[in-house]
Design a protein around this ligand. Structure first.
Ligand SMILES: NC(=O)c1ccc[n+]([C@@H]2O[C@H](COP(=O)([O-])OP(=O)(O)OC[C@H]3O[C@@H](n4cnc5c(N)ncnc54)[C@H](O)[C@@H]3O)[C@@H](O)[C@H]2O)c1
Length: 422
């Protein structure tokens, strides 16, 4: 087979880096997104995600990439990769409407011999039970006329230690032939392809990865709460435990779990387990409960730091530093900074924030004072809270300049007076 024509459907944090890698690998790539503004911006050489610069997008365009809001049969697409959002419904299950819509759009352009891969995270069975019938609505049969596979995305926005090609790609197919077809495609993009027995195993692998993180973060978060009361430096204990070369993986406590994967994906699994077996996935529920308490714990610690200095929270000026859900990424979806700011404001505090990565943050109707130059806030706050340690922040300068600091990430060098750790 020659170089396939690839359509990446959904050009967000997952789809755009995938498209970039496919272009880089020499494939002909068209990006499909229902967001017309996003399509225009990309075709103008403007990126909307942190991991790709405008220059990266212009280089993609130079190599033949273009974006569009829809493809047609004339585009003769060989491989469709679906990277659309799968947010949570209020009841805890995934909102699959974007997967259904993308599937319907693809069905109109699907040709015999094509490969369709779902990358969006969802519960086991989504590819076969939800996507397959939609794709087959035009008369082609999956596993016979076209190949169907699931390959969980493993994008980690902001991570600089691993590039796309070096992260192994998990692939499961409806049939062995579907699996092999998808493995051959991803083999052009990454160094290692790992195949699973079927679609459900590949879907489960993704949920296992994220549930594992979720549960282990909850473990250290709960320990952070009681270690503080017991007067034990948990960060020191973690450093020590992490020297074990086997049987231990390091997780760090934090102000709460944000983003759109770790707090969300385990819900898909627990929802599915409940629906299929009637059982409660207790680990997930407990982890959620513990992680959800962290913003209030941060506020309680802030209140204590202030009270130690004779200042009431209701009269305090609190500076939040880093309000995104993760470091070095301008993404505030699910950020714990929101419940923390809300709670501080409800207690009467004046909430200030400084975030060089997201300088125009808003927090619903919480009144905020945005501080563009952090040195302007050194004397203007009573306490600062480091929520996100972006690389560009000068932590030592901040820690030695503010009246008091709560470091919720355990990254400020030890020994600076006035610094407390979560
Ligand atoms: N971003 C991550 O770090 C990450 C990590 C793990 C899992 N995921 C999963 O990957 C999937 C995609 O996430 P994301 O972060 O890239 O989302 P995103 O919101 O950044 O991007 C999704 C894109 O899909 C587009 N879209 C929506 N419906 C569409 C349709 N019917 N046809 C074409 N385009 C459509 C949107 O306009 C948007 O541009 C989700 O299932 C998510 O849970 C993401």
């Amino acid at each position: 087979m020659g170089d396939p024509v690839v359509a990446v459907v959904g050009l967000g944090y997952v789809g755009l880096p995938l498209a970039a890698r496919a272009v880089e690998a020499g494939l002909r790539v068209v990006g499909v997104d229902i967001d017309a503004d996003r399509v225009v911006a990309l075709n103008d050489g403007r990126s909307h995600i942190d991991d790709l610069t405008d220059a990266n997008v212009r280089a993609m365009l130079d190599l033949g990439f273009h974006a569009t809001t829809s493809v047609s049969p004339e585009d003769a697409i060989d491989v469709f990769v679906i990277c659309v959002p799968t947010p949570l419904l209020p009841g805890g299950g995934p909102d699959l409407s974007a997967v259904w819509a993308a599937g319907a759009d693809i069905a109109r352009s699907l040709r015999p011999g094509a490969l369709v891969v779902l990358e969006s995270t969802s519960y086991p069975g989504t590819t076969e039970d939800e996507l397959r019938p939609i794709l087959e609505s035009g008369g082609l049969v999956a596993g016979l006329d076209f190949a169907l596979a699931f390959s969980p995305e493993r994008i980690d926005p902001g991570r600089q230690t691993h590039d796309f090609a070096s992260v192994p790609k998990v692939v499961g197919g409806l049939t062995p032939a579907c699996r092999d077809r998808a493995a051959e495609f991803y083999g052009r993009l990454v160094t290692t392809v790992v195949t699973t027995r079927g679609l459900r195993e590949a879907e489960m692998a993704k949920l296992l990865e994220n549930t594992y993180r979720h549960v282990n973060i909850a473990l250290v978060n709960e320990m952070a709460r009681f270690c503080h009361t017991l007067g034990i430096d948990l960060w020191d204990a973690i450093e020590a435990a992490a020297t074990k070369p086997f049987g231990f993986q390091r997780f760090d406590p934090g102000p709460g779990v944000g983003g759109h994967c770790i707090p969300i994906d385990p819900n898909y699994l627990s929802h599915y387990v409940k629906e299929q077996t009637g059982e409660t996935f207790r680990f997930v529920h407990l982890a959620q409960e513990i992680n959800a308490t962290m913003p209030e714990f941060v506020v309680a610690r802030v209140q204590q730091l202030l009270s130690d200095r004779g200042i009431a929270l209701s009269e305090a000026r609190v500076l939040l530093i880093g309000v995104t859900y993760k470091a070095d990424v301008a993404d505030d979806r699910g950020t714990p900074a929101l419940p923390i700011a809300t709670s501080l404001a409800a207690a009467g505090a004046q909430v200030m924030f400084h975030d060089p990565v997201l300088p125009n943050w808003t927090a619903g109707d919480v009144p905020l004072v945005a501080v563009q130059l952090i040195d302007h806030a050194f004397d203007a706050c009573d306490v600062a809270v480091l929520l996100q340690a972006h690389r560009v922040l000068d932590l030592e300068l901040i820690a030695s300049s503010v009246p008091a600091l709560l470091d919720t990430r355990g990254v400020v060098p030890r020994g600076i007076p006035g610094v407390a750790y979560l």
